[in-house]
Design a protein around this ligand. Sequence first.
Ligand code: SF4
Ligand code: SF4
Length: 469
Amino acid sequence: MTFRAPDEPVLSTLNLDGTRRWMRPVLQPGQFWRRRLLTAWGLIALFVGLPFLHIGGKPSILLDLPSREFTFFGVTLLPTDSVLLMLLMLAIFVSIFLLTALYGRVWCGWGCPQTVYLEFVFRPIERLIEGNRKSQERLDKQRFPLRRWLKFAVYAVLAVVVANVFLAYFVGVDDLMHWIKGPPHDHPAGFAVIAATSVLMFLDFAWFRDQMCVVACPYARLQSVLIDRKSLIVAYDSRRGEPRGKLEKTTLERKAGDCVDCGACVTTCPTGIDIRKGLQLECVGCTQCIDACDTVMDRIKRPRGLIRYTSQEEMETGKRPRILRPRVVLYPLLLLVIAGLFAFAVARRGEAEVTVLRGLGDPFSMQPDGQVANQVRVRVDQHGDEDGKYTIALEDAAGKQLPDVTLVVPENPLHVRGGQSVTTIAFVLAPASSFHGGVRRVVVKVSDGEKQTSKLPFSLFGPAGGAAP
Ligand code: SF4
Ligand code: SF4
């Protein structure tokens, strides 16, 4: 079978023959790069510091997936808070839509951990060990260059550190420290999670790199619908730059447009694109091409800004676009509605949430004394920081006690610590003759005697004819 190479690159990270095109961007330390450097190190300090920061005795952020409990700045959302969680996720998505509509891919270029760690931690180490672009390309042609292995060794150590910081958001600093300090055989699952995350981090920053932005990230794929002609983008001013042409070195005279076709904006691009071809999905808005071109413009004594932050509309008309437009009004309105719903849901949530579920296994069992036993699971999610003490009782629909029914609970009243959930299994014993059609309806009352009382209807099952066969 023969394969025909495509006429033009399919992806900026692939050569025409389908092999990987490794990006070796030239660093352009201009004004935007210095601002990004400061921002990046501020963010790295934040990424590393947040899991250690405690608010009201709780981690500032803890995404406990196994327990489905999510803590944000002192507030814990429990599995029963799915509406709040959904609203929170919705608010995050709408905020991202708004940010993108206004400022394009500012998140990708300035705030995303992938960019921050790759461009301000891993790539500087690469340049330190392997040298500049030319030196790195020379190493690409060698079989086992020592400097590359040294780089991978440093990357491996860093990947373990970054992986541990990442995991701290999911397991908490205390558990993570426990995993790190103890021997692996004491906590094989924890060790496996750390090892797997470290390997993934290493592969991402040593091998996958720019492909995360170019082919994998769903946010990048959504750009074409999230931005419009008025959104802020990094763009090349073709009206000013074209026709491009080489500079007369002796006189610095320009007979054509301002672009001297030096290629500096291309060799610095971490995703390997040429911004002069127009807006492309691969552009992460890193501003390196702005810094590169500004340096060239300074050298040839032309005004800066041939490549600059602008919008498609401004590029075409020369006029600054109006910020206000339907989506920029609609998104904040949506955010307001979500905030209102969120506040309403929080106000209605009360001190605790009580859930009553049927026990696992057989729906009922017959006791030697002829009583029918039902298993009931009672779960209490304590929302506030205060501990709660809940008494579980049974009554009928009119609120009267049930003298013929016995409730057996291992702990009654039930103690629930603030922000935690407790599930207890109760047994309900009722005479077989009290069932009609195999069912007896009762109400499970869970009360702390003061602020919180939940009354939940529950159907006990029993023999259909009133007595076991
Ligand atoms: S850096 Fe500026 S002058 Fe050089 S090729 Fe790019 S756009 Fe043209
Ligand atoms: S085109 Fe410019 S802003 Fe976009 S990724 Fe490349 S260097 Fe960064």
